[in-house]
Design a protein. Structure first.
Length: 143
């Protein structure tokens, strides 16, 4: 699967807004995630206090490089390894994605148009698929 050109355009265009509001979005995302899916909270038990900042930076980096994912290869590998360490599984990605999209809408309000939400949904699950594939390889190596 490839990203639609419109998705790439919208995600790149939203990078400055995400940089400005990223921490508010990720803070809200964790609030939504943990209240909607309390069973996922233990996966974040050892997460650093600044996890929302790290995630915000990762989202901005993704938006800025969505048309050049090779620039993110190292970061993707670090994320995949961390996810395996903390036992993140493929079934967790929809929970996080849903929470992230709701948080974007909550924080950005009317600026988070249907086109923006749809683009970020596609972008999130595209990256999620990359991570899930790499994590499956890492889990297989452990077995």
């Amino acid at each position: 699967m490839a990203l639609y050109p419109e998705t790439i355009e919208i995600c790149k265009a939203t990078a400055p807004v995400l940089k400005e509001h990223g921490e508010a979005i990720t803070t809200r995302m964790y609030e939504i995630l943990f209240s909607t899916y309390p069973e996922i909270k233990p996966l974040f038990g050892e997460a650093p206090e600044n996890q929302h900042k790290k995630l915000a930076s990762a989202i901005v980096a993704y938006a800025s490089n969505i048309d050049n994912l090779s620039a993110l290869t190292g970061a993707i590998e670090v994320m995949a390894k961390r996810h395996v360490e903390t036992k993140v599984k493929a079934e967790h990605y929809p929970m996080v994605g849903e929470s992230l999209l709701k948080a974007i809408k909550d924080v950005l309000g009317d600026a988070a148009t249907d086109d923006v939400i749809n683009a970020w949904s596609q972008a999130y699950f595209f990256l999620g698929d990359i991570l899930i594939k790499r994590e499956a390889e890492l889990y297989a190596e452990q077995a």
